[in-house]
Design a protein around this ligand. Sequence first.
Ligand code: PLP
Length: 389
Amino acid sequence: IFEPAGRIKGLPKQFFAALVGKANAQAAKGRDVINLGQGNPDQPTPAHIVAKLKEAADNPLYHRYPPFSGYRFLKEAIAFRYKEDYNVELDPDTEVAILFGGKTGLIEISQCLLDPGDICLVPDPGYPDYWSGVALAGAEMRFMPLRKENGFLPDYAAVPAADANRAKLMFLNYPNNPTGAIADPAFYADTVEFASRYGIAVASDFAYGAIGFDGRRPVSFLETPGAKEVGIEFYTLSKTYNMAGWRVGFAVGNAQIVSLINLIQDHYYCSLFGGIQEAAAAALTGPQQCVKELNALYERRREALFDELGRIGWKADRPGGSFFCWLPVPPGYGSAEFADLLLERADVVVAPGVGFGASGEGYVRLGLLADEERLREAVRRIGALGLFG
Ligand code: PLP
């Protein structure tokens, strides 16, 4: 009986909600499902962070409304971490916005900067939430294909000038979901040049900033000279500290964009529960050994997985970062068809590449989100289908 608003009619069902639904339906049949589909870290939050929340929950100050745009101590903790890890100076008062998970900021930035008819450049394949924000803003997307031969980096020279001239915003995401690619400083220097030339705001999604393999340290976009003039970086505690359920992230960089995001957020939810903000500050300023260990854990899992892939003859490149493996599907299969086949016949959930954009066709994304033995078991089950080698 209700007529949904135009802006929501075109919004597809959230991609991972649909995927989780399929996996649950298979598990409900009594099957032993190995779910490597959603990017949901399987490890617990480090104990010192949980302890901080428990202690903070008793503070009656936090039972009242938090300050609009959040507590200054968390903004200081964020600035501290960026200085320590990336040697980037941030003003906690003007260059930091606290987010209800990284996701909200990635959607809000489109509402901050895009009007109907504006263009947003999005990576293809890429994280589907970028599209949702653009759709809700009524703006148009132009895909920047990420090709293997370019290291899964966009080719700015291939963006038609007409699109670049109309574009107001672009998304980037390294370490990359879904391809596992990492960007280097030279690419970010090109990005600043391209963005300044056309007056495009850059939204760098650094959700996997803590996960780089083979000794490679992922670079923050804000390390690039001139980056703060053109852009903002989104970060989340979900992956770095296994805090996906806590819903806490932040945006840092360009002060004008930060203030626009804070403006929207103050209307939506003023800020997060103070106890969560205190625990998040403890995560960012406390010992970082847990982050190193997590990185090492994902690297060991990657090796276990690729060892087993080699045994069954599934040829693929190792990811340089993030916790995703981007695996080519065997000839003759579409990515959605292949993912369905793995679920139905091997009880293994992977995400079909096409869910990340048309250029993702031909791949599936597998998350390193189970222990080494379960990952090996998943590959052995796939191997038993006899599709490789
Ligand atoms: N960006 C990317 C590329 C992601 O993969 C995710 C989560 O999966 C997020 C952002 C959002 O993280 P959160 O909303 O948990 O902070």
